[in-house]
Design a protein around this ligand. Structure first.
Ligand SMILES: CC(C)(COP(=O)(O)OP(=O)(O)OC[C@H]1O[C@@H](n2cnc3c(N)ncnc32)[C@H](O)[C@@H]1OP(=O)(O)O)[C@@H](O)C(=O)NCCC(=O)NCCS
Length: 178
């Protein structure tokens, strides 16, 4: 398994992966919705605000994750992890966790302080994410599942409560995603 950073030349293959994985795990409509979202994320996010990571097996992409810039009131450098997909045929073999770990190591190398995500705590806790209360850091939109609001510090310092709103990139600026 080879891990590397996403580059725009891989856009079509990555969108196809998300479409296939979510069509198989949820529905064709979900597959199309996530494909549209990923296309939009790549097209509308400045390159310095978007970090994609891919896992390849025999030159075929079997996993992909994106981190996008997340603006927090403390002014610390922060990113949010979304979305994540691992090819159905290799799910449950550790690819997702290794890919996220690869991405977190890269963010650490860039001195990013905080990473957030919104998803299943039982999966994301395996790579260091913990539930975070909105009294500590607010989500940008009303959360339909507050239990899925997760974060981790990458610099060893505890996340301090910060007052004020947070801001995600344009592609995530859609209340229905939250
Ligand atoms: C969720 C997903 C990214 C996990 O990646 P993966 O490579 O299959 O996961 P790993 O093999 O690294 O880790 C497996 C562990 O995560 C757990 N896990 C796997 N898929 C999970 C899911 N959908 N929800 C919760 N936990 C999950 C397993 O229970 C397993 O735990 P165990 O080792 O204690 O049994 C992948 O299954 C996937 O792409 N699913 C469909 C799309 C999706 O739901 N994406 C996430 C939302 S954006």
């Amino acid at each position: 398994m080879k891990f590397s950073l996403f580059s725009e030349s891989k856009t079509k293959e990555v969108i196809d992966l998300f479409k296939r994985v979510f069509s198989e795990s949820e529905s064709e409509a979900e597959g199309q919705a996530i494909a549209d979202f990923v296309g939009n994320l790549i097209a509308t996010t400045k390159s310095q605000d978007l970090i994609g990571c891919i896992a390849e097996e025999n030159e075929i992409i079997v996993g992909c994750i994106f981190f996008s810039r997340f603006t927090v009131p403390s002014g610390q450098d922060a990113f949010i992890l979304s979305p994540v997909a691992v090819s159905t045929d290799v799910q449950g073999t550790g690819v997702g966790q290794k890919l996220i770990q690869y991405g977190l190591d890269h963010l650490r190398s860039l001195n990013v302080s905080l990473v957030f995500t919104y998803g299943d705590p039982s999966f994301y806790s395996k790579t260091g994410f913990e539930q975070i209360n909105e009294d500590i850091v607010k989500a940008p939109f009303h959360l339909s599942q507050p239990i899925g609001w997760l974060a981790q510090s990458l610099n060893g310092q505890e996340i301090q409560a910060m007052a004020g709103p947070t801001q995600c990139v344009e592609a995530l600026n859609d209340p229905s995603l939250w």
